[in-house]
Design a binder for this molecule. Structure first.
Ligand SMILES: C[S@@+](CC[C@H](N)C(=O)[O-])C[C@H]1O[C@@H](n2cnc3c(N)ncnc32)[C@H](O)[C@@H]1O
Length: 224
């Protein structure tokens, strides 16, 4: 492994990129993820893409610092616009809100391709992202990272077309996370229970019906 350190969160996302991939890192900022993959000989080439000029300037400086201009191309573009001309096999979108990731995926036909792998790390609203992914994207792997006292969920998916619908709990915590009792699953579960308990307290205080939320808490408690 080359001596180029990235966060545990980005490192876990990078581990889900396939060997020999042409990777597109959308919202790349500093281009750490493609640089890490290139220095470790994991990929064929990469596109470091960002909507803003500032991050792409930073990305270009870092790419130059590690002499990776022949491996990593940096470009300014919104989301996946025009990505098809680079023919990426693996697309990474990390560090954005789940709703923005949905918007980016929704706007692209390229991701509906059975050979393209997506590695997604929503900062918020993972449940809403999973809801959207029910439109034909099958989950290949899920990871939970605990870093700097924060819990991050990472989803690795691929378009298949027809899918079994997920339950409410699977949408919230991830079917594979539950099935495989992924590392840090307990932290994700306890955090979900704590959020629901807070909502329960609020509803109770306001004199609202709490039967639904109580049921949801009980269902989560069963996974302990
Ligand atoms: C918080 S940084 C994440 C950087 C890196 N991916 C990571 O996870 O550490 C988010 C980046 O996404 C970029 N961004 C925001 N909206 C975007 C969009 N619609 N398309 C492409 N990039 C976007 C921002 O400019 C910023 O550089």
């Amino acid at each position: 492994m080359a001596d180029f350190k990235i966060s545990k969160r980005l490192c876990t996302a990078a581990s889900l990129v396939r060997d020999g991939a042409v990777v597109a890192d959308i919202g790349t900022d500093h281009a750490y993820l493609p640089i890490y993959l290139a220095l470790n000989g994991k990929i064929k080439s990469a596109i470091a893409s960002d909507i803003n000029e500032g991050p792409i300037e930073r990305a270009k400086e870092n790419i130059h610092k590690y002499s990776l201009e022949n491996m990593i191309q940096a470009r300014v573009a919104p989301g996946l616009e025009g990505i098809e001309k680079f023919e990426p096999t693996d697309i990474v979108i990390c560090g954005m809100g789940g709703e923005l990731i949905v918007k980016i995926l929704e706007a692209s036909q390229y991701v509906r391709n059975k050979n393209v792998r997506l590695v997604l790390q929503p900062m918020t609203t993972a449940k809403e992202l999973r809801e959207y992914l029910q439109n034909g994207f099958s989950t290949i792997a899920e990871k939970i990272v605990f870093e700097d006292n924060k819990i991050y969920q990472i989803l690795c998916v691929q378009y298949v077309g027809d899918l079994e619908p997920l339950s409410e709990i699977e949408l919230e915590l991830g079917k594979l996370n539950i099935q495989n009792k992924e590392e840090n699953f307990d932290k994700l579960l306890y955090s979900a229970i704590a959020k629901k308990q807070k909502r329960y307290e609020g509803l109770k205080l306001g004199g609202y019906d709490t039967s639904e939320i109580e049921k949801e808490i009980q269902e989560l408690e069963k996974l302990k």
